[in-house]
Design a protein around this ligand. Structure first.
Ligand code: ADP
Ligand code: MG
Length: 713
């Protein structure tokens, strides 16, 4: 390894201090790291705008103008005398420079670097100014424009200048945008001769991609906008392609390699349950069950992710899948993230199982020792066919006679090591795995995060689900809302009131919740109303007690934090009130809204916002009022926030780092890259053809390996 691996410190213009800055601020250690830091946008400096044509909302403009006069302002816009010698700089707050060209005059403003700019911007001299104009009253100005001395040929280098990620520390440490360009230029001239192509010729040809060295040069210093487009396309494609190739390769290896339990039959219990269903399956449910059936029949292990919005009917799919396992002489388990959910699953599943001969049991942390012994025995001798439970299922003393299928509900709460524990509970071959999630994930993200899983989607709601009417109100309409709640309660309905976790400290959150609770209680007093409260600081018993009071209809209002977010089913609840709704993320709002609209009654979701609601938050609330489609909400969410922030993955960030491609914006390209990778693996699953040697070499690099899947689950 030659120049590429050279420490950044030895690049001319860097030195130990700047090297340290580049390392700590941008993670750059070597020349290779540096040239892989790409501009995140480009500024077109080709044109000069006449001052008369400068308008606000023009993105950036470049002026060539002569300095007319300078004014120094002190506090309260008092003018600081420039007659005194020396000027009293301590009193100066701002420098205003009036400039002109043949078409007009305008003001430039500096709050920082006042002395330096005052000194260099001498009246009569001409400069290039570059910046973003803004309207200030009825005049225009530019705050902190970049200042250049016009030079002949200064712009012949190419009109597009890259803007690099930067930080305050980098700027104060002298690594300005200009310096960064110089460093990149120096690094590129050393490194370019060493750059080796990473993609085989046939892919370059097929996809019309430019060579890597050309792409690197033009991503930093585009010859023109066409070259920049070609360079960007090439680098994004490469990044997404290798990521997909790596994921798909793992999947190919597994589907060919990992033996699974063959389950050729469906069995009588499946039919008994199916035939007794009070409704027919939706088209989406039917499709997904067929996909699962095909997996179980093949001799490979199933690893399938089942995505379906809240209320789309995943439970029944899970039960029918379990019954297929049972029809082949195996046991099945269904694991839920919380005790309340496990209980609810258990109750629902028992109803589905009534027409069958299958025995089902519930195992959670609060199962008594005595019951536990019975359950352990039933699992070991195979008399229990389906076990529903929490993490308690993972304990070592839970031994199955022959576990054939494990269903994991609400995937993101379980870690990969926990999934691995389930794997080992199979007889000698790992059980089939079905992971269910109600968090809609945009397709591009799913292709990447779960690129090695097969994905099924239930994209259709059962008929008869009424739309939830969603509205967003301010504090001034609180009384009207209370009246509305009373009316609904008078009609026998129930109401959820959810408070956000606002403060860092749980104690403060609790205070906040309790304040809200007191307000609700005083607006809905005994004996006419009963209000239950559930939050994370209660013991399991308290939680269960309050929860069941609401589920059984003894309380009309449930005040809670987001603990009810996942899965709880109270069909009689018709109103979801979300307090301080502007503080919630979109997917959380969507999950919460999914708690209502489950019964026969028309349902409502009321988003109560505070006075201080940012523009972005308002956008989220507007989107909630506009659509109920979870996938649409997820797509928009990703566009608004970027995929790294997406809820469900946000706690830990994405497990992969993309340098140039964006999962939010490059969906089309991602699909192209994935198709290309798929075709290659189909023709050459082991990548053993000489023409693919380059690919193997590239895949060995750490960059394309998703190591820590637990981060996303
Ligand atoms: P999810 O777990 O996906 O949120 P559930 O499985 O709890 O959804 O189903 C939500 C509700 O819809 C349940 O009351 C269930 O009985 C009902 N349901 C499921 N499938 C259908 C169907 N095909 N037709 C009508 N109702 C259905
Ligand atoms: Mg569910």
């Amino acid at each position: 390894m030659g120049e590429l691996g050279t420490s950044i410190q030895y690049l001319s213009g860097v030195g130990p201090k700047r090297a340290q800055l580049l390392r700590s601020e941008l993670g750059i250690e070597t020349l290779s790291d540096l040239i892989h830091l790409y501009p995140f946008r480009y500024i077109d400096r080709s044109g000069i705008t006449p001052i008369a044509q400068v308008a606000p909302d023009l993105a950036y403009v470049q002026l060539q103008a002569r300095v007319v006069s300078r004014t120094l302002y002190g506090p309260g816009s008092s003018i600081v005398s420039q007659e005194s010698d020396p000027i009293h700089w301590g009193a100066v707050k701002r420098l205003s420079v009036l400039v002109e060209d043949e078409t007009g005059r305008m003001e430039l403003v500096f709050f920082k670097g006042v002395k330096w700019n005052y000194q260099r911007l001498a009246p009569g001299a001409t400069f290039l100014f570059f910046g973003k104009p803004q309207a200030f009253g009825n005049r225009m100005n530019i705050v902190h424009p970049e200042v250049d001395v016009p030079q002949d040929g200064a712009m012949s280098q190419g009109a597009l200048t890259g803007v690099y990620p930067s930080t305050e520390k980098l700027k104060t440490g002298g690594i300005t945008g200009k310096v960064m360009c110089k460093l990149q230029s120096a690094a590129l001239s050393l490194c370019l001769p060493e750059i080796q192509e990473t993609l085989p010729e046939y892919i370059l040809q097929d996809k019309g991609l430019v060579p890597l060295a050309y792409a690197l040069k033009n991503i930093h210093f585009p010859a023109d906008s066409y070259a920049l487009r070609k360079a960007t396309y090439r680098l994004k494609f490469e990044e997404l392609f290798f990521l997909q190739l790596s994921l798909l390769k793992q999947k190919f290896i597994r589907s060919r390699g990992e033996r699974g339990i063959p389950m050729p039959k469906v069995g009588p219990d499946f039919h008994a349950c199916y035939n007794a269903l009070p409704y027919s399956l939706t088209g989406a449910q039917q499709r997904v069950i067929k996909e699962i059936r095909a997996d179980l029949m093949s001799s490979h292990q199933m690893n399938r992710l089942l995505q379906g919005d809240v209320g789309s009917g995943k439970t029944m799919v899970a039960v029918l899948s379990c019954l297929m396992a049972i029809g082949n002489g195996y046991q099945a388990c269904i694991m839920a993230p919380t005790e309340v959910l496990a209980q609810q699953h258990f109750a629902n599943i028992q109803k589905y199982l009534a027409p069958t001969s299958v025995q089902c049991a519930l195992l959670t942390g609060s199962t008594t020792q005595k019951d536990r012994r019975g359950i352990h025995a039933g699992l070991e001798d195979g008399s229990i066919g389906i076990i529903v439970g929490t993490h308690a299922l993972l304990e070592d003393n839970v031994v199955f006679r022959n576990l054939g299928l494990a269903v994991i509900d609400e995937q993101h709460r379980f870690g990969v090591d926990q999934r691995a524990k389930l794997w080992n509970k199979g007889p000698s071959v790992p059980p089939h795995i079905l992971v269910m999630t109600a968090t809609p994930i945009p397709r591009t993200l799913a292709m990447t995060l779960y690129g090695d899983l097969d994905v099924s989607v239930i994209d259709e709601m059962p008929p008869g689900r009424k739309p939830v009417q969603t509205m967003c109100i301010g504090q001034n309409r609180r009384n009207a809302m209370y009246k509305f709640m009373r009316d609904e309660i008078a009609r026998g309905r129930q109401v959820f009131v959810v408070f956000p976790l606002i403060f860092e400290s749980e104690k403060m959150d609790l205070q906040n919740l309790e304040k809200g609770y007191e307000e609700i209680v005083s607006a809905f007093p005994l004996p006419d109303y009963k209000v239950a409260i559930v939050h994370g600081q209660q013991t399991n018993e308290e939680k269960n007690f309050n929860m069941s009071a609401f589920v059984a209809g003894r309380a009309q209002i449930l005040v809670s934090t987001t603990v009810i977010e996942v899965g709880v089913d109270v069909p009689n609840a018709s109103v979801m009130v979300i307090e301080s709704a502007q503080r919630f993320g979109l997917s959380q709002l969507h999950q919460l809204r999914g708690r209502v609209g489950r019964g026969a009654e028309k349902s409502y979701c009321i988003l109560v916002k505070d006075v201080k609601t940012s523009k972005e938050a308002q956008q989220r609330l507007d989107l909630m009022c506009a659509t109920e489609d979870g996938f649409e909400i997820a797509e928009q969410d990703m566009k608004m926030r970027g995929p790294g922030d997406l809820e469900g993955t946000q706690q830990s960030g994405l497990p992969i780092h993309l340098n140039i491609a964006s999962l939010a914006r490059d969906g089309q390209l991602l699909t192209e890259a994935r198709n290309c990778a798929e075709r290659i693996l189909e023709a050459d699953p082991q990548l053993s053809l000489p023409g693919n040697a380059l690919l193997v070499r590239e895949l060995r690099k750490d960059k394309y390996e998703i190591k820590d899947y637990s981060k996303i689950s």
